[in-house]
Design a protein around this ligand. Sequence first.
Ligand code: ADP
Length: 484
Amino acid sequence: MTRDYQTFLKQQAYIDGQWCLADNAQVLPVYNPFDQSLVGHVPNMGGSETTRAIDAAAAALVSWSKLTALVRADYLLKWHDLILTNKAALATLMTLEQGKPLAEAVGEIEFGASFIRWFAEEGRRTGGDIIPTEKDNLRYLVIKQPIGVVAAITPWNFPTAMLTRKCAPALAAGCTMVIKPSELTPFSALALAALAEQAGIPKGVLNIVMGDAKAIGDVLCGDARVRKLTFTGSTNIGKLLYRQCAGTVKKLSLELGGNAPVLVFDDADLDKAVAQVMAAKFRNSGQTCVCANRIFVQTGIYDRFVAAMTVAVQNLSLGNGLSVPPVLIGPLINEAAITKIQALVDQAVSKGATVVYGGHVDPLGRQFYTPTLIVNADVSMDIAQDEIFGPVAVIYRFETEAQAITWANSVPVGLAAYCFTANIGRTWRVSEQLAFGIVSVNTGLFSNATTPFGGVKESGLGREGSKYGIEDYLDIKYICLDIN
Ligand code: ADP
């Protein structure tokens, strides 16, 4: 495995099979979150380049949508294999621009590639229906067709997987795409485009633009040829895009904010609960939309849980994601993240919460936050209402199952929830009552390509991964046939 990431450091956008600069030749810098050093530049594009990318996707749609699913699957599997062959280089590039520890970056490349394989296979199973007739002369058929040109807007926390989770079902279904990755982490997306090119995926099928997010977003939402927008990011921007897409009545998939609760009951396996909550909390330095945001612990296990968590949090190692021996926690994406986290911690403390460990910027650097454990929190604090998106674990004490469920459901979002218990009846009761799209029982890691990821309420629309994920990229057509 080579870690020579330079081959994949593409500093141009990818439109209609061409690597290109912005029309006005402006560029944006991309910095390494570890030490704020320059990783490279990308074109600072806007509306006109985005329109050209849509032109290319619309032109390519004609032939790409006509290919058999089997032929499209072959392209996708080739792309998948190239990604895995180059995973060390891709992961290194990801750590440089995103900051996550290299082992997590390798894990994300594998996870990201798994969606391509899954949907290459799943694309071959998008059959329709024949519905029993109600009239002798008529036959009712249902076929599924690609929805058309798809726009994707993706975030910085999983720069590869959030992209493949969208591209794989779209391309497998026969759609073409215009993608706008986060300007904070564009190189992972461009590296994927370079490998798609190597895999022979035809020009125009996959286009990548970046630069002025608002200008690009306005064009993607406003152009009637784009029939679907798929977005992962903040709830506020998701709501904005939802409104912007109303004018052309696009289909939407939105993966928005989380605020995941964890319910640890007295009968839970303590060691397992602590290990799994640590994983659910501190993965990607706490910067995922399914990170444990509110840890509710029942009173009988509370003291033992807090004691074990204190040790576990103190043992987390911080540093450069590329360092050897490896670290568990990298830098946060930018200083704005640090400022937001500090404000949440300070407000919680001012309202009576206790910092057991951490609670401040780490001496290692201005984008590092010391892994933190907070107790005596209550659900009225901002830290319970907002997504922390950082390495801060906050513990709340509860008495009854009903109280924990009420607290868990008391937020406007509903993506993932976690429950730790040995009681099978409670597992079932709690899982049914939690108003979340995902309930993870006795484990902190649940994501994979074969299962449906997505939320309810303000966490968004649609599901990614699984047999359901491809449906979001297909239209249903009913054909009524008179056989006489
Ligand atoms: P975060 O706060 O996690 O960065 P955002 O929702 O701001 O989440 O960003 C997610 C993605 O949305 C990024 O690619 C970003 O550039 C993009 N984005 C931000 N503002 C807009 C906008 N007005 N229109 C379209 N995309 C946007």
